[in-house]
Design a protein around this ligand. Structure first.
Ligand code: NAP
Length: 512
């Protein structure tokens, strides 16, 4: 790697969505300025840059779905739309002086751990560099998944994924097929239904949908939140507290969710008068097993005369004709895939080669597993934000990201104490123990027992995505790095003895 010395940084962050930008703020606050944020696109925002489909908004209230250290008194609605969230992230970038660290058009092609030099060799679309520590903030919802449908290549019309919306394509007056009924699709359907000629929705599994308590945030509220910050903080606390109280029903007592099913059925009944359509839209699994969706406009849109429901998946395409798994045939001018993302098989894992010379994808072939959602065994000084088992069913992922940023900050502090050229490598037994605890608790959760298939589960049926506890518990468990869970690596030998035990004494001993 020519010129490597000139291109060495203390930390390389991959991705500039909520996770990557949050990491950048945290690094600067820690006094670390020797870092870069590698971004494959030409602007920040991650999933909130890529998802610009009509109707795109967050279904977690904005005052909770934002950084605690960057409050925004001006959120326009309870559930603000994608343009506002994206603009918020641009503002965070400016306010915290992150621009000098950003490297746009720098898709990471490969990362390789150099066990002699104890650093990562990073190959990007825009050159090479090395870094002591890599923070992977690529996010679980970044790489669109399009199912392998026989004949799709033969389709003469327009095809795109919800996360790669083609705004130059005019949907007005077209026959559009929407594939999927997840959080993205149920926002797209009501947004495009009024303008398309015909909308055919391919529903493999009906979702549970609850009303969305959305409203404009008044000028008085905004004024109050600006002038009396305590009101803003109280609002956030309330939003957070309500969601923390809901967690036990998802993780320990799924039967309690039955009452919510009643509310969801009622919500559908109000908008859908046709009993046959209602029956087709009623899920047969416990609410919460898949993500609960919020919409006031989805059911009314499905009841409109220009909308057809196919109650099966898309199986095949023959020219302009789309064929459902139930044999139904529909003609379309455009296909929109709302078919989700590569979550349990995240593509970045194929590009990371660790200490044993194997990739993270190879190590994770039987399922993703990390210590405290961050460190995989055999991948020293490589931390993932929103890594395995950090996902939430009902609250704000920003809370989980901030908890992981505490962990990252302590990780870097520990490295400093241990000496300039050291690395931490998660002990396999610590990773195993953490995951044993998670899988044990997972057995009672609605995600594992609710009778559905979802993106929370991997190809082996293991839940490697969700966190089976409260955000408060995760925050406590990731406040500090426990050195007993890591092996300390030093240059040349590559595997010096680790300080066993997490005590301050042990750390001081190492530092000395
Ligand atoms: P998703 O939840 O993974 O949904 C994918 C959908 O595609 C499912 O309904 C799936 O059916 C369907 N599907 C896959 N292959 C199909 C086929 N061949 N024929 C018909 N249907 C097919 O993806 P998403 O909607 O993009 O959402 C992903 C996640 O992003 C969400 O869970 C949420 O965390 C986040 N998100 C949040 C918001 C928000 O805040 N409002 C908005 C969008 C996304 P099955 O159910 O049968 O598998």
């Amino acid at each position: 790697m020519a010129g490597r010395e000139e291109q060495h940084v203390r930390v390389a962050v991959i991705g500039s969505g909520f996770g990557g930008l949050g990491a950048a703020v945290r690094l600067r606050r820690q006094g670390i300025t020797d870092f870069v944020v590698l971004e494959r696109a030409d602007s920040v925002g991650g999933t909130w840059r890529d998802n610009s489909y009509p109707g795109c908004a967050c279904d977690v209230p904005s005052h909770l779905y934002s950084f605690s250290f960057a409050p925004n008194p001006d959120w326009p609605r309870n559930f603000s739309g994608q343009p506002h969230i994206r603009a918020y992230l641009e503002r965070v970038t400016d306010i915290f002086g992150l621009r000098p660290h950003l490297r746009f058009n720098s898709e990471v092609r490969h990362l390789r751990w150099n066990g002699d030099a104890l650093h990562w060799e990073i190959e990007t679309a825009n050159g090479e560099l090395t870094a002591d520590v890599v923070v992977s903030a690529t996010g679980p919802l970044s790489d669109p998944k399009v199912p392998d449908i026989p004949g799709l290549d033969s389709f003469p019309g327009k095809v795109f994924h919800s996360a790669r919306w083609d705004h130059d394509y005019e949907l007005r007056g077209k026959r559009v097929a929407m594939i999927g009924t997840g959080a993205s699709a149920i926002q797209i359907v009501p947004a495009i239904q009024p303008e398309v000629e015909r909308l055919t929705l391919f529903q493999r599994t009906p979702p549970w949908v609850l009303p969305r308590a959305d409203r404009r945030i008044s000028a008085v509220e905004k004024w109050l939140h600006t002038k009396v910050p305590a009101t803003r903080a109280a609002r956030r606390q309330l939003l957070w507290g309500i969601r923390e109280l809901q967690v036990s029903a998802f993780t320990k007592r799924p039967d309690e969710l039955g009452l919510i099913e009643f509310l969801a059925r009622n919500h559908m009944k109000k908008a859908v008068k046709d009993p046959a359509l209602r029956a087709a839209l009623t899920p047969d699994y416990r609410i919460g097993c898949k993500r609960i969706l919020l919409s006031n406009t989805y059911y009314p849109a499905l009841a409109r005369p220009n909308v057809d429901l196919v109650t099966s998946g898309l199986k095949e395409v023959r020219g302009n004709t789309l064929i459902g798994a139930d044999g139904s045939e529909v003609e379309a001018d455009a296909i929109v895939f709302g078919t989700g993302f590569h979550v349990t098989d995240m593509p970045i894992a194929q590009r990371v080669t660790g200490a044993k010379g194997t990739t993270l994808a190879e190590e994770w072939k039987d399922g993703m597993a990390s210590l405290r959602g961050a460190s995989a065994a055999g991948f020293p000084n490589f931390l993932t934000l929103i890594g395995p088992n950090t996902g939430l069913g009902n609250s704000s992922m920003i809370l989980m990201i901030e908890a992981q940023l505490n962990y990252l900050a302590d990780y870097l502090r520990q490295l400093d104490l241990l000496g300039e050229k050291t690395a931490l490598s998660a002990r396999p037994e610590a990773v195993e123990e953490w995951n044993r605890m998670i899988q044990e608790r997972m057995k009672r959760t609605v995600w594992n027992t609710g009778g559905c298939d979802s993106w929370y589960l991997d190809a082996n049926g293991r839940n490697t995505t969700a966190w089976p506890g409260t955000t408060g518990e995760f925050k406590r468990l990731t406040r500090q790095v426990d050195l007993a869970e890591y092996e300390v690596l030093r240059p040349k030998t590559g595997t010096a003895a680790a300080p066993v035990g997490a005590s301050a004494d042990a750390r001081a001993e190492v530092a000395a």
